[in-house]
Ligand binder design. Structure first.
Ligand code: NAG
Ligand code: NAG
Ligand code: NAG
Ligand code: NAG
Ligand code: NAG
Ligand code: NAG
Ligand code: NAG
Length: 370
């Protein structure tokens, strides 16, 4: 293959690796809806074998099936097994500068791409792309306004991205963008570098796809590291944890003040975001614990003998609801949630009655160990 053919293939490849459409591009439409912010909330999730699902409050599975995402000891497992398969999840919230840390093991397999990125409504994009057939390098890339004429990809040494968990962190500020791999700064992009620096609110996406699928254009297959052999599958990307911090706090949503796509035009709407409220919502058990802790010593002693029963109820209700949720699956999770709320309010009512002395038993001796 000649050098110029390789070059045009590389150009072709970056055309397909970038996201080229947006649901509503504020540079071309003044009525796009605001972007929900992460704001003061810190999204910090470690996935384990006991995780039951990718929380739909925070993630929208836009490609593949949410039900096919499994959870193992090392985290969330995104699996593709045949031509045409891909799995992509995108955050329901946006950040305006911030930090994204992903601990993951890329899928092995020629042509298989494990990736995560930040992407805005006007197609500013920041990428980490890991080829399944390259055991010593990972790729970083970025785009401004989805302009694929500029070739921004760089490769960075990484020892066995498919053989174990690695820490890929993007630190994105108004001044510079850094990719940090296992604690080492692999790349720094200053704002002033020629080209359109990413500077608009971004959602986070992660997923797995086959750039080496024979249905892909030849340039993509070359970029991905060669044709995928599906008989060697299934191919699994494992995400142990994702931590996302929004540099813009106390913000409920973002809007574009005009069609310039300039950071100065972005307006942060003050308030707590939906994501913040969800992340900081105390669980019923935490609220019960707080209520208990706020009681006076006398009140605690007074209801001492009732506590054993209250704890037993917590354990029983929790166990039943968990078993039910597991059996019923996603579709009926809402019903189980409602039952959980019902059981919890019954429990709270019971505790209130106990606190008022209705269930207090006269004998003492339990002490204050609870
Ligand atoms: C602009 O965005 C609004 C809201 O998403 C949509 O209803 C409308 O059709 C869009 N207009 C154009 C010209 O695309
Ligand atoms: C994020 O989660 C990890 C693991 O659960 C925990 O150790 C860490 O303290 C958390 N960080 C923040 C900022 O919440
Ligand atoms: C999830 O993605 C679908 C398909 O792209 C879209 O129609 C829907 O609005 C998204 N929901 C959220 C909460 O982002
Ligand atoms: C891995 O990527 C580097 C950087 O692009 C390249 O030099 C090397 O040939 C690639 N190795 C394989 C096996 O594709
Ligand atoms: C895209 O980037 C190229 C290379 O930097 C530049 O020449 C071109 O003007 C840009 N196109 C747009 C539409 O901004
Ligand atoms: C991942 O790397 C970032 C940047 O070096 C660091 O701040 C963070 O603590 C690391 N996370 C873990 C879990 O080691
Ligand atoms: C910003 O939000 C945090 C967390 O909700 C809150 O503690 C703080 O008071 C807020 N600051 C302002 C200036 O509203």
């Amino acid at each position: 293959m000649s050098r110029s053919t390789l070059f045009s293939l590389a150009l072709l490849a970056c055309h397909v690796a970038a996201q080229t459409t947006s649901t509503c591009d504020p540079r071309h439409n003044a009525s796009c809806p605001n972007d929900p912010a992460l704001g003061s909330g810190v999204y910090n999730q470690t996935f384990t074998s006991t995780t039951t699902e990718l929380n739909p409050n925070f993630w929208n599975v836009t490609s593949g099936n949410a039900e096919t995402i499994q959870f193992g000891n090392n985290g969330a497992e995104l699996v593709i097994a045949q031509s045409g398969d891909s799995v992509t999840a995108q955050s329901t919230f946006y950040i305006m500068y911030g930090v994204v840390e992903v601990i993951m093991q890329a899928a092995a397999g020629q042509g298989i791409i494990s990736t995560f990125d930040l992407i805005s409504d006007d197609l500013d994009e920041i990428d980490v792309e890991i080829m399944g057939g390259n055991t010593s390098y990972v790729e970083s890339n970025w785009y401004g306004w989805g302009n694929t004429s500029q070739y921004n990809a760089l490769y960075h040494k990484c020892d066995g991205p498919q053989q174990g968990l690695h820490n890929y962190t993007i630190v994105w500020t108004a001044d510079q963008l850094q990719w940090i791999i296992d604690g080492n700064v692999a790349r720094t992009l200053p704002y002033a570098k020629p080209g359109r620096y990413p500077q608009t609110p971004c959602m986070m996406k992660f997923g797995i796809w086959a750039g080496g699928d024979s249905k892909q254009p030849e340039g993509t297959i070359v970029w991905a590291g060669g044709k995928t052999d599906w008989t060697k599958g299934p191919f699994t990307m494992t995400v142990q944890s994702i931590k996302i911090t929004d540099a813009t706090t106390n913000t409920s949503s973002y809007s574009y003040g005009d069609n310039t796509g300039d950071q100065k035009s972005i307006k942060a709407v003050a308030g707590n975001s939906a994501a913040y409220n969800l992340i900081n919502k105390k669980s019923a058990i935490q609220s019960a614990a707080a209520t208990w802790n706020s009681l006076s010593t006398g009140a605690k002693i007074g209801i001492a003998s009732g506590v054993g029963a209250a704890l037993a109820i917590i354990v029983v209700v929790y166990t039943i609801v968990c078993i039910k949720q597991r059996r019923r699956g996603r579709a009926e999770k809402a019903i189980a949630d409602a039952q959980w709320n019902e059981h919890t309010s019954e429990l709270m009512e019971y505790k209130t009655l106990m606190a008022k002395g209705h269930f207090a038993v006269s004998h003492m001796g339990h002490g204050e160990k609870f």
